[in-house]
Design a protein around this ligand. Structure first.
Ligand code: NCD
Length: 302
């Protein structure tokens, strides 16, 4: 069994992972934040695309379960000598990996690898497609804050078209009972969104007072996100989370962002530092969420 996408996941399966994450969060608060659950297992981190948080978070999660981790990054690997994705995956399998965490700029790469190797694969982000552990940690962050996602009104704001985070979150959040509205210029809304269980608008100011959560996204310049609106200042004037816009949110509303932030674009410094911006809570919660996934896939006993 692999963990590749939130699309089509059943609510009880998501909730089971969130419950497990809650238990692992308690482990992480102990003086010795470690359990022996996955002793002897080997997790391979295979990052064919850059990462700070996701990669470190998987490493930390792996070690907190007492498994070993081996890491691969594309720049320092034989991929630069022309080795194929398949040969790379088979090599890592032959080295004894019990599970592979894969990030790749191409949509579908983790599915391809899952078809070639015998061990579980976790998708740590494929192109603009899916990033399911991010969705899990975001849902976990919201559940801790609000108790439940049922009825929660969530606006996802920004470069939805190029965002794997948005695609994973839409399905995880709505499956857990939240109501999602996509907020972006029309050129940054995906055509496929017509088939998603969401509403959409191009007017952020219209929805500010009506939501519990504003989930901000970075413009994905590396996927062409900058080319579809006239200028950054214009984007900021209509979609930037400035102090002025933050002040118009309801008093309980929170701001989330998956990182990396582009300060001064989708979020201002002052908003990023506000106690109702949960950005570093998301990072911290990511460790427990990933522990839940690793534990579930590697069949550890509680
Ligand atoms: C995101 C990613 O890489 O998909 N970051 C993350 O994993 N927390 C979002 C992004 O790059 O904007």
């Amino acid at each position: 069994m692999s963990f590749l996408s939130t699309r089509g996941m059943a609510r009880p399966d998501l909730e089971e992972l969130l419950d497990l994450a809650g238990e692992f969060n308690e482990v992480l608060a102990r003086p010795i934040p470690k359990v022996p659950a996955l002793q002897g297992k080997l997790v391979a981190n295979m990052f064919f695309e850059n990462s700070t948080r996701t990669r470190l978070s998987f490493e930390r999660a792996t070690r907190a379960l007492s498994a070993d981790v081996m890491s691969f990054s594309v720049g320092a690997s034989s991929v630069s000598k022309g080795e194929s994705l398949k040969d790379t995956a088979l090599t890592v399998e032959a080295l004894g990996a019990d599970l592979m965490v894969v990030r790749h700029r191409s949509t579908g790469a983790p599915w391809r690898i899952a078809g070639w190797v015998g061990c579980p694969v976790v998708n740590a982000g494929d192109g603009a497609h899916q990033h399911p552990t991010q969705a899990l940690l975001d849902a976990f962050t919201l559940r801790r804050r609000f108790g439940s996602l049922d009825g929660l009104r969530v606006a996802i704001v920004g470069d939805i078209r190029h965002s794997r985070v948005a695609r994973s979150n839409v399905f995880a959040f709505t499956t857990l009972g939240a109501r999602v509205i996509l907020v972006a210029p029309r050129t940054l809304q995906p055509v496929a969104a017509a088939g998603w269980p969401v509403a959409s608008t191009d007017d952020l100011d219209e929805v500010l007072g009506e939501v519990d959560v504003v989930y901000l996204l970075r413009i994905q310049a590396e996927r062409g996100g900058l080319s579809v609106f006239p200028s950054l200042p214009e984007y900021v004037s209509r979609y930037g989370m400035t102090s002025d816009r933050f002040a118009r949110l309801s008093p309980e509303a929170v701001v989330l962002h998956p990182g990396p932030m582009n300060r001064g674009v989708e979020i201002s410094d002052l908003v990023a530092a506000h106690p109702r911006a949960l950005i570093l809570d998301q990072v911290a919660n990511g460790v427990a969420a990933r522990m839940a996934v690793l534990f579930r896939l590697l069949g550890g006993k509680p």
